[in-house]
Design a protein around this ligand. Structure first.
Ligand code: ATP
Length: 585
């Protein structure tokens, strides 16, 4: 098949914005294309060479492409640059320059789709010394044989500007129309949802029709599209919607990860199906240790943790781990994460998609050995809204966003690529900010681990209760310290060390070291929450809870102008809590 046929289809698609018309144009073209070429044609229509999850991406900087256009056409570099300034679209530049050239040259070899695809593939694969020249050479060869219209689309594809407006859903519509009937659309979409590979679905449809796509199954190392949740705002509504009983889980605030495990090899994919494997070697190692199964596909949330306190950290911390090519090892140490697993989609070759949620959970539990880095999500099957609300508060206290409610009915299958009420998210509506910093007294400390070996890993901080003349704990502080701060802390606290807890300190936590409450540090937190383990204003809001600062961070300021009793008071903390935009109650 000639690339020109595809370019003609693109010209027609470009001329419309109606989804219906696009579907008709595509369906018509699909029927005419050679079935063995349809896979390549489908990827190129999306501006890609492979499915989304393939690590190899096509791309070329505008500057390089303009060079290729210059070589292919013999035009002057300045001429090409001026045109680029005017048009702003390298596709239009290529079209114009190549059409000028076409008027003067007679010979060119027609481009087949296969040659076009394979050349683009060679460009994507070129790396190392001399690869830039090679890429330009390959592209200029393609362009010198291209028609103006082909040159336009080739240039857009290679610079990531193939914006025809054809979504994957439109391609699926067209495939159903071209090779089956509109009524078969769901079956075609199912195949896409479990494979995430539009090219594969197109090829199966073209070669074998509906039968072909129904054979497409979940496979290890081919990520499926994530199941998504609807949202509701009260446990009562959720329970009613889910038939009176459902599974509630912590809703972790991190990065969703789909892990594919096969004979000890692990690959990780993001919610958008990007390959995350190289960025999370610690999660890969954790999964290798945790899994007994021969092969499996599991899902979970990768959450940043404070290695010293074991607490979850704000989501932003995990962003330091994303998109890295270099410094991965340092990032693993500096920003440790924990994987909280919540679903199992395949185990030992058996596809679990159509099994009810609790069965999948059982399988997950049976094949995972939990450790520091890989755990199962916290889950409770509940029928009472009150209990659910309690669980919700617990989740918030632990640094989670709220709860995920999951249907436990017979039809609670895993719906790849679908958003529906089988999963319902129940989140805190407002993330209330702590408006002010607090000056807190150091009353205890915990021995450092890992990079903090030899210094304090975290310190136990307290407010001062003016009425009772007591120091009451409000958080365990581990973030915001640099190496110099940690060294100073060791020195500054040396003289305050005590053999046991100071008699004025109220603490439910047992620290490794205790201090006379003298040193004051300035601390900023995300918000103030209720907590059964901290003693600040205990019982003032709820009889079994005190106040705690969530995600505390040292601002870098040692308040050496203050002494212990000048720390923020428990009474002030209470006012700050009440002033928050929305309290969690
Ligand atoms: P969505 O994924 O629904 O489009 P979003 O990306 O904004 O929306 P949220 O609305 O916060 O995410 O909720 C869904 C996400 O919550 C999931 O994609 C997953 O990453 C995360 N999550 C955390 N804990 C769980 C859990 N226990 N079960 C399922 N998902 C969880």
């Amino acid at each position: 098949m000639l690339f020109q046929e595809l370019a003609e289809t693109y010209e027609r698609l470009e001329a419309t914005s109606s989804r219906l018309e696009m579907t008709e144009i595509l369906a018509e073209s699909f029927r005419l294309f050679d079935p063995t070429d349809i896979k390549m044609a489908t990827y190129l229509t999306q501006g890609q060479l492979y499915p989304d999850f393939h690590p190899l991406k096509l791309g070329m900087a505008d500057k390089m492409l303009l060079k290729a256009i210059t070589f292919a056409s013999g035009a002057k570099e300045s001429e090409v640059q001026v045109l680029m300034l005017r048009e702003g679209d390298p596709g239009l530049v290529a079209q114009e320059i190549i059409s000028r050239k076409r008027q003067t040259t007679l010979f060119s070899e027609p481009l087949t789709l296969r040659r076009t695809y394979e050349t683009l593939e060679a460009i994507a694969k070129a790396e190392g010394g001399g690869s830039q020249d090679l890429k330009i050479k390959l592209m200029s060869k393609l362009l010198s044989d291209a028609s103006p219209s082909e040159a336009k689309f080739l240039s857009r594809i290679i610079t990531g500007r193939m914006r025809l407006g054809v979504s994957s859903m439109t391609v699926l519509d067209a495939l159903a129309v071209a090779f089956a009937t509109k009524e078969d659309r769901d079956a075609v979409e199912r195949a896409f949802n479990v494979s995430s590979d539009l090219g594969l679905v197109a090829e199966e449809m073209a070669l074998h029709g509906l039968e072909g796509v129904t054979r497409i199954k979940v496979e290890v190392n081919r990520p499926l599209r994530a199941m998504l949740a609807e949202r509701m705002s009260s446990p009562e509504d959720i329970l009613e919607k889910l038939g009176g009983t459902c599974a509630f889980e912590y809703k972790y605030d991190g990065v969703r990860v789909q892990a594919h495990i096969s004979r000890g090899e692990v690959r990780l994919y993001s919610r958008k199906l990007d390959d995350l494997t190289s960025q999370f070697p610690d999660v890969v190692a954790g999964l290798k240790r945790a899994f007994a199964a021969e092969n499996a596909i599991v899902e979970g949330e990768c959450v940043p943790v404070d290695m010293n306190t074991g607490e979850f950290l704000p989501f932003q911390e995990v962003s330091h781990r994303r998109g890295r090519k270099y410094g991965v090892e340092e990032a693993v140490e500096d920003y440790p994460v924990k994987l909280c697993l919540f679903d199992c989609i395949l185990k030992d070759g058996e596809d679990l998609l159509s099994r009810p949620f609790l069965e999948r959970r059982k399988v997950l539990e049976s094949c995972v050995t939990e450790d520091d880095s890989v755990v199962l999500s916290e889950m409770r099957v509940l029928s009472s809204a009150e209990e659910a609300q309690k669980f919700f508060l617990e989740a918030i206290k632990e640094g989670c966003e709220g709860l995920m409610a999951k249907s436990v009915a017979d039809n609670s299958v895993y719906r790849a690529g679908n958003r529906g009420f089988l999963w319902i998210k129940y989140k805190k509506e407002y993330r209330s900010e702590m408006n002010d910093t607090a000056d807190l007294a150091v009353v205890g400390a915990f021995a450092g681990r890992g990079k903090r070996k030899g210094v304090y890993g975290a310190v136990l901080m307290a407010t001062y209760d003016v009425q009772a003349d007591r120091f009451q704990t409000v958080c365990k502080l581990g973030s915001g310290f640099d190496d110099a701060n940690l060294a100073s802390l060791l020195e500054m606290l040396a003289e305050d060390r005590m053999a046991e807890r100071h008699h004025l300190v109220d603490s439910k936590m047992t620290a490794d070291f205790w201090f006379q409450p003298r040193l004051v540090l300035e601390v900023r937190g995300a918000e103030i929450t209720l907590s059964p383990i901290h003693t600040c204003a205990f019982g003032a809001i709820r009889k079994d809870a005190g106040l705690a600062i969530r995600f505390p961070r040292f601002t870098g300021r040692f308040r050496d102008d203050k002494e212990g009793r000048e720390a923020t008071t428990s009474q002030e903390m209470l006012v700050m809590y009440q002033a928050q935009l929305k309290q969690v109650e």
